[in-house]
Write a protein that binds this ligand. Structure first.
Ligand code: AR6
Length: 178
């Protein structure tokens, strides 16, 4: 499913965030130390190779809501934007910190003249954020931020599995068309 809003395409697909070869910047659901770990971070570091871990070390630690940018190394993407999402029930207020992730990632993309960016559903795996609430916050933040974007023209959410895709499609419709 895709929508157009203020000249920007926002779309949801199911798949693997580490296999989005047509996208310039891939967003990592990182840990504070920017180390490989599991989930999205594991998939991204595995595909990128050890050069990414090495580039990340001097940039760590990062705080919840923060985003930093590196090269893509062996990934098919030119850049990786690493975001630390809130741990649900621990880092508060969760919705503000999650919104900060999306806002800061889009601002870094804009500063680096990035045309296309792909997001996973930050914080909804190991960090335990309920997916519906996370999807609503993500799309509301993106809707507001799109109005200041000049370079970014394609925003793709890559979801793991049909349930995650269905939730995100529902909120994409609700926030942009509802
Ligand atoms: N492609 C797309 N989505 C994925 C993939 C993938 N390859 N793998 C998992 N997901 P998570 P978090 C989904 O746990 O909650 C790491 O160990 C997953 O189903 O990767 O922000 C880090 O090192 C879920 O919906 O990120 C941190 O310690 C979503 O992506 C911690 O986990 C995010 O799951 C970050 O936890």
């Amino acid at each position: 499913m895709k929508i157009e809003f203020s000249g920007v395409t926002v779309e949801c697909v199911s798949g693997d965030i580490a296999s989005q070869a047509d996208i310039e910047a891939v967003v990592n659901a990182a840990n504070a130390q920017l180390r490989p770990g599991g989930g999205v971070a594991g998939a991204i570091h595995r595909a990128a190779g050890p050069g990414l871990d090495k580039e990340c070390r001097p940039l760590a630690p990062i705080k919840p809501g923060q985003a930093v940018i590196t090269g893509g190394h062996n990934l098919p993407n030119r850049y990786v934007i690493h975001c630390l999402g809130p741990v649900y029930g621990v880092d508060k207020p969760e919705d503000k910190l999650l919104a900060d992730c999306y806002r800061n990632a889009l601002r870094l993309a804009e500063e680096n003249a990035i045309y296309s960016i792909t997001f996973p559903s930050i914080s909804t795996g190991i960090f335990g954020y309920p997916m519906e609430a996370a999807a609503e916050t993500a799309f509301q933040t993106i809707r507001t931020e799109i109005l200041s974007l000049r370079k970014v023209k394609l925003i793709r959410f890559v979801l793991y599995g049909s349930d995650a895709l269905a939730v995100h499609e529902r909120y994409l419709g609700k926030v942009f068309e509802g």
